[in-house]
Design a protein around this ligand. Structure first.
Ligand SMILES: O=P(O)(O)OC[C@H]1O[C@H](OP(=O)(O)OP(=O)(O)O)[C@H](O)[C@@H]1O
Ligand SMILES: Nc1nc2[nH]cnc2c(=O)[nH]1
Length: 186
């Protein structure tokens, strides 16, 4: 069996034994609330919404479909876990296309864990001259290891201090497409 095939089998076993945290309906309702809050805060600001690839993709596409005001979409690709379940240093794979100078930027990602990735992206946007940087996270992992001062302005759902996957979040590069959020079984 090649590497990707054995990983696919492992991922299926992980899914079969995982604990469901939130189903699709609960995720959708949480993103409805975030969309309402963003509309109230930024509906007049013509923001740039910035998808953090790859994990942010499903949250981003669901969220923007709920926003009915003028905005632009862009993406940034920063990765720290690289198909592993342990974080390393942040690696940049793609920078945004829009000039962020003077713009209200909204970063949209799947998970705030230790905050290393988010801190690097906020710093990037500020150095690019953004007028404001707001942060949206589908989930916030509950522990006290997050970098001091790094926070999400808008959070959909809280998750326990366990490895989680689904709705964009991967297990070794798989299971991002599952339309619910699970925790790997202990
Ligand atoms: O708060 P942190 O501890 O920095 O972890 C959060 C980051 O980890 C994941 O990205 P990953 O590096 O796995 O890349 P991916 O988006 O391609 O899954 C996730 O999408 C966040 O960007
Ligand atoms: N998929 C996934 N990515 C992460 N990045 C940081 N923490 C996590 C996690 O629990 N799950």
């Amino acid at each position: 069996m090649s590497n990707f095939e054995s990983l696919a089998v492992e991922a299926q076993n992980i899914l079969d034994s995982a604990d469901l945290l939130y189903n699709h309906q609960q995720i959708d309702a949480a993103l409805d609330e975030v969309a309402d809050q963003l509309t109230a805060a930024l509906g007049e600001q013509t923001p740039v919404l910035m998808c953090v690839m790859n994990g942010g993709l499903m949250t981003f596409s669901t969220l923007v479909s709920k926003l009915h005001f003028p905005l632009q979409m862009d993406y940034i690709h920063a990765t720290r876990y690289r198909d592993s379940t342990e974080g390393k240093e942040v690696k940049w794979l793609a920078e945004p296309r829009y000039d962020l100078k003077g713009r209200h930027v909204v970063i949209v990602d799947d998970i705030l864990d230790e905050g290393v990735t988010l801190e690097a992206i906020i710093q990037y946007c500020k150095e690019a001259g953004a007028e404001s940087v707001s942060t949206v996270m589908l989930v916030h992992k509950q522990h006290d290891r997050c970098i001091t001062g790094v926070k999400a302005d808008y959070v959909g759902l809280n998750v326990p201090d366990r490895y989680v996957f689904g709705f964009g979040m991967d297990y070794k590069g798989f299971l991002r497409n599952i339309p619910a959020i699970y925790a790997v079984s202990d």
